[in-house]
Design a protein around this ligand. Structure first.
Ligand SMILES: NC(=O)c1ccc[n+]([C@@H]2O[C@H](COP(=O)([O-])OP(=O)(O)OC[C@H]3O[C@@H](n4cnc5c(N)ncnc54)[C@H](OP(=O)(O)O)[C@@H]3O)[C@@H](O)[C@H]2O)c1
Length: 263
């Protein structure tokens, strides 16, 4: 029987920040497509229920500790990955955080937290995992960006800067590692309701404002990302690199929607 170009059987995927939220959805989608997982959190214990869930699907899931703000932790993590797995085929650089504040209130520490986690962390994790991918001549790196990779939003200065940086970093790494058979792309979700931002969705006025600007007229559900993550992780995307794939209900088309006449 011909293998589907979306089939990930026999492959290993590393997903950072898989203790909750979108990281777990990415993990489920990749495991469903056949991949075994290596999953991370700053607190390995927090991964136990997810590991059990993935094992119940008949896949392997190895929990590892990783703090992407700590270079020593990244190096230790890289060594543990190398020891545990002959080859990593897929990396999902998902660990991230946000600080929502008006720009005038942003503190030096807020900036460092968001940029160190989202941008510097993603770079050094990619570097660590790419060493093995380069040796094997194959890899799929998926950096998680955001609609803020391509548009600015009030109250999200450091976050937008970090996600804009991820888009540029993706292009740069794609150019660096393409010759080794490693593709690097950015998956950029729009407005999804998760633990990280559920408080926003309690503000009905804001939700109405947002829905008016999303062409598909709803916020994202985590499963809306399943197809995109499997596509970027699989053979199906073999000639795609350096790209940012927005999965956002079309909100990025509507930067001028606020000023346009309603139709
Ligand atoms: N939710 C959305 O609507 C949305 C939209 C666009 C993009 N994103 C991005 O998608 C990713 C996941 O979002 P989410 O909503 O699922 O977030 P979340 O629920 O807050 O989960 C964030 C994950 O990142 C990990 N993490 C945070 N800081 C870390 C650090 N210093 N070192 C290692 N891991 C760290 C956390 O693990 P531990 O705390 O267990 O260590 C957790 O597993 C983030 O990068 C986010 O910016 C989200």
């Amino acid at each position: 029987m011909t293998k589907s170009i979306f089939d990930l059987s026999g492959q290993t995927a590393v997903i950072t920040g898989a203790s909750r939220g979108l990281g777990q959805y990415f993990g489920r989608a990749l495991a469903q497509a056949g991949a075994d997982l290596i999953v991370t959190s700053r607190h390995a214990d927090a991964l136990a229920p997810f590991v059990t869930e993935i094992e119940a699907m008949g896949r392997r899931a190895l929990p590892l500790e990783l703090d992407v703000r700590d270079h020593d932790s990244i190096v230790r993590f890289g060594a543990a990955v190398e020891k545990a797995s002959d080859q990593v085929h897929i990396l999902v650089n998902n660990a991230g955080c946000n600080v929502r504040k008006p720009a005038l209130d942003v503190q030096w520490e807020d900036w460092n937290l968001v940029l160190d986690t989202n941008l510097r962390g993603s770079f050094f994790v990619a570097q660590q995992i790419a060493r093995g991918m380069v040796q094997h001549g194959y890899g799929r790196i998926i950096n998680i960006g955001s609609v803020t990779s391509v548009a600015g939003f009030a109250g999200l200065g450091p976050y937008c800067a970090s996600r804009g940086g991820i888009k540029q970093l993706t292009m740069s790494l794609a150019d660096d590692w393409g010759k080794y058979g490693v593709t690097v792309n950015c998956l950029a979700p729009g407005w999804f309701k998760t633990d990280q931002n559920k408080i926003l969705y309690e503000d009905r006025e804001w939700v109405e404002y947002l829905m008016d600007r999303i062409p598909l007229k709803r916020h994202g559900e985590p499963h809306d990302l399943d197809g995109a993550i499997v596509f970027l992780a699989s053979e199906a995307s073999r000639y795609v690199t350096g790209q940012t794939l927005l999965v956002d209900g079309g909100v990025s088309t509507g930067a001028t929607r606020a000023t346009a006449r309603k139709v």
